[in-house]
Design a protein around this ligand. Structure first.
Ligand code: ATP
Length: 514
């Protein structure tokens, strides 16, 4: 699937728009249109219901976006939440230094010492991404006469990370879009938190930050919840909300933006049970994506290597998805030990230990953190659902969403605008609308109306035709198989509910009535 097609479908069908588009947009910000807002809400609602409502050991919370700035000192975000950033003086582009890969050609043997090293930097999440664009890049440089020797005479390059190239050699690197070497600046650290001021005076004392994650709001409320919530360890607190990061290089549509929504859980447990809970959440969260339709092998669960772990974490796993632009993180599940509560205890001077009534002991709970992004989940569900297939000799675009996530659950179509069909459709539509987000469409040929709903990911179509008027049955159509079967109109609400909840299979029981 090609990303451009998905982006244009999202625009065309009102799923996702560039933010403030009539003013030219704003890099790293996106708006969800009428269909997109339903999709994302369904994802968040499914997450909330499965992780909070249906469980006895979870409660929810909703914290403010702007908090006391000490929170971010304790969490380490003020000191450490930064990316090393490199600017290109020639093209004015900006890169994350840790995402630059340098392809280094040793030309000593060929050019008799005239040019020792020639290197190009390429940007990409992985070496393979960068390698993929290497030959285009070299062809381009060659065509414009910017290579020190002929393309075909270049030896095999050695790939190294930008940050590992000795500073003295960095002048020999040609930036990812530059034409000559030596235009990349030295990396500078750049804090990712957006700053503002609370109050009338814009000075240091009033400086505040937009939260870069929802997790810290949970930690600082741990004591409040324990004191008021009748919760007992092991238990967790979940939160869904906006987070903000001034990403250096927002890209890949809604995958990396500067304003996004997170769905985070902090699960508090006894230190000696933490490893078990970590294994539990790692498995449970992975299964959640499968249960909601990501059934392909594009979904992966990757355990971090010991050298990738944050110093306080004993284990972390990423749930990854193979997006059209590469395999990238959807959610991280981290065993964080007692690091966060320990930091807040230290910085606030408040006792955050927990008294375990059963074991009669006091301790600082350990924490398992499954941290997901609602927008990245939305993008993965969109990528997975997007298909082009053949129906009746015609190619159609269809979004095969899980019924629970589909923005519109069913569309009602009177076959023609006469003979009582529109009236019957209107009545059915009103009945259904009390229970589900449904849509009514009377315009155009029925085939075209089906296609439009296929593109919106609507799982079922319900058509009212001549027979409906005489025998009171309507035709259900299944988006994925395009099968059709008749159902008494009076049973339509229940029939749709059974289908959406997976209690009935499309065309199943009532087939043969047609
Ligand atoms: P990355 O390495 O991709 O920047 P991260 O490891 O910093 O991500 P976390 O801090 O673990 O991400 O955040 C948890 C989740 O929040 C991520 O798995 C992702 O789903 C979401 N998220 C983080 N940054 C962004 C962003 N800029 N845009 C959209 N979602 C994001």
């Amino acid at each position: 699937m090609d990303m451009d097609k998905l982006v244009s479908l999202c625009k065309r069908r009102g799923i996702i728009f560039p933010s403030s588009e009539i003013y030219g947009g704003l890099n790293g910000f996106w708006d969800y249109g009428p269909l997109g807002v339903e999709l994302k809400r369904n994802i968040k609602d499914a997450w909330w219901r499965d992780n909070i409502t249906l469980r006895d050991d979870m409660v929810g919370i909703d914290c403010s976006i702007i908090m006391n700035p000490k929170v971010w000192e304790a969490s380490g975000h003020v000191g450490g939440f930064s990316d090393p950033m490199v600017d290109c003086r020639e093209t004015k582009e900006r890169y994350r230094a840790d995402q630059l890969h340098v392809f280094r050609y040793d030309l000593a043997a060929i050019s008799e010492g005239r040019v020792q090293i020639f290197a190009v930097a390429l940007t990409g999440g992985t070496v393979d991404d960068a390698r993929g664009s290497l030959s285009d890049r070299m062809t381009n440089l060659s065509r414009k006469g910017h290579l020190p020797i002929k393309l075909k005479d270049l030896p095999e390059p050695e790939v190294v990370e930008f940050l590992s190239v000795p500073v003295a050699d960095r002048d020999g690197i040609v930036g990812p879009s530059a034409t000559k070497p030596g235009t990349l600046t030295e990396p500078r650290n750049f804090n990712l938190m957006f700053e503002s001021h609370a109050g009338a005076i814009a000075d240091e004392a009033n400086k505040v930050y937009l939260r870069p994650e929802t997790a810290q709001g949970i930690f600082v409320n741990f004591k409040n919840v324990v004191d008021t919530g009748r919760v007992k360890i092991p238990f967790g607190i979940g939160q869904i909300g906006k987070s903000f990061r001034n990403e250096i290089n927002p890209r890949n549509f809604i995958f990396r933006s500067r304003e996004f929504e997170q769905m985070e859980i902090e699960f508090f447990c006894r230190p000696d049970e933490a490893a078990e809970w970590y294994a539990y959440w790692r498995k449970t969260r992975f299964q959640w994506y499968i249960d909601h339709g990501i059934k392909s092998d594009k979904l992966r669960l990757r355990d971090h290597d010991p050298d990738e772990l944050a110093f306080y974490s004993t284990a972390t796993a990423d749930i990854e998805y193979e997006f059209p632009f590469g395999v990238s993180e959807l959610e991280g599940i981290a065993h964080r030990g007692d690091y966060d509560l320990g930091q807040h205890q230290k910085f606030s001077g408040k006792d955050l230990t927990y008294f375990d009534e059963e074991k009669k002991e006091r301790y600082l709970p350990h924490v398992i953190e499954p941290s997901a992004g609602a927008d990245r989940a939305t993008l993965a569900f969109l990528c997975e659902a997007y298909q082009e297939d053949e129906v009746g000799g015609e190619t159609r675009t269809v979004l095969k969403f899980h019924p629970r996530l589909a923005p519109i659950k069913a569309a009602v179509f009177p076959l023609v605008k006469r003979d009582g069909m529109p009236e019957m459709a209107e009545k059915l539509y009103r009945d259904l609308k009390k229970h589900f987000n449904v849509f009514q469409d009377e315009k155009g040929a029925i085939g075209r109306r089906y296609r439009r709903q296929d593109e919106a990911g609507t799982p079922f179509g319900i058509t009212i035709d001549g027979q409906s008027i005489t025998d009171g049955t309507v035709t259900f159509r299944d988006r994925d198989s395009c099968r059709q079967w008749r159902v008494p109109s009076a049973n339509a609400v229940q029939a749709l509910r059974d289908l959406l909840e997976g209690q009935a299979v499309p065309g199943g029981e009532s087939e043969g009535q047609a």
